[in-house]
Design a protein around this ligand. Structure first.
Ligand SMILES: [Zn+2]
Length: 279
């Protein structure tokens, strides 16, 4: 398995995130390339890009994944927010290309009070723009937690979105806590197998690019998104064992986005490696 974690940059610069990933025994890493709570697009000068690329190459960590800032909403009902999101998205795509980022994760978006078709249309247009602008970086849509107005949380909705975007380059990121919140029974082996079958049946398995491996504080189907450390939430040992050994889900990198510190995430990564290892 290829395992890593979302890590924060340090004051020393964005390349400090690479040291954070190494502390966790990670194979890969996920970062923000701009302030996750601000609209400002990422801005790096030549020397900053050079230092990051050098550190990334020296670390051997791959893939390098970026997550779009949280403020954006690719399906927003508000024209100003939608416009600002697209500007931020394209600015982030350009920064990712320069920084050697492999995957850029973007939430599927939520339409608020709009009807779902309008929200879906806005998300589709946003993803088309991003995919066509990207060069080396693959744009990946992350499914949501079944929360109100979400454009895509479950595989049927992901299929609808991908079909409408109609571009093979668009990838998918599945977050275990989101799927569980949306009602997918990842706490039992049959549920995990059912998910993998559905991904294959909807031809989404070949689009799968990344798993966000998070336990869930709340129970299955709660439609509430709060991450827990692996084994401390509701997914349970049977669920994690099935997930780690699933041939579809296990074929792509896994990234922790859990609340634990470096030491806890290091243990969670080691735990998942043991679960995936043949007995
Ligand atoms: Zn996630």
């Amino acid at each position: 398995m290829i395992l890593g974690a979302h890590v924060r940059r340090r004051h020393t610069g964005i390349e400090g995130a690479i040291e954070e990933a190494e502390l966790r025994g990670a194979d890969c890493l996920q970062i923000f390339v701009s302030n996750p709570r601000a609209w400002a697009a990422p801005r790096y000068d030549g020397p900053q890009v050079g230092r990051f690329l050098d550190a990334l190459t020296a670390s051997g960590l791959r893939p390098c994944v970026a997550h779009l800032s949280y403020v954006g909403n690719v399906a927003s009902w508000d024209p100003t927010t939608l416009q600002r999101t697209r500007e931020l998205l394209l600015g982030t795509v350009h920064a990712c290309d320069a920084l050697g980022v492999d995957l850029l994760v973007v939430h599927a978006g939520a339409g608020g009070p709009q009807d779902r078709d309008t929200a879906l249309g806005a998300a589709v247009e946003s993803f088309r723009l991003a995919v066509s602008e990207a060069d080396r970086t693959r744009v990946v849509v992350e499914l949501m937690a079944g929360t109100s107005g979400a454009v895509a949380s479950v595989p049927s909705e992901a299929e609808e979105l991908c079909t409408a975007v109609d571009d093979e380059r668009l990838g998918i990121c599945l977050d275990t806590a989101h799927l569980f919140a949306a009602g997918v029974p990842l706490d039992v082996a049959d549920g995990v197998e059912g998910l993998a079958q559905e991904l294959r049946a909807r031809a989404l398995d070949h689009r799968l690019a990344l798993v966000h491996a998070n336990d869930s504080v709340f129970e299955r189907g709660a439609r509430r998104d709060r991450h827990a450390d692996i084994g401390d939430g509701q997914i349970g040992e049977e669920g994690w064992r099935a997930l780690a050994n699933d041939p579809v889900l296990g074929s792509v990198p896994w990234m922790l986005e859990t609340p634990g510190d470096a030491d806890r995430q290091r243990r969670d990564i080691a735990h998942l490696r043991r679960l995936a290892a043949p007995d």
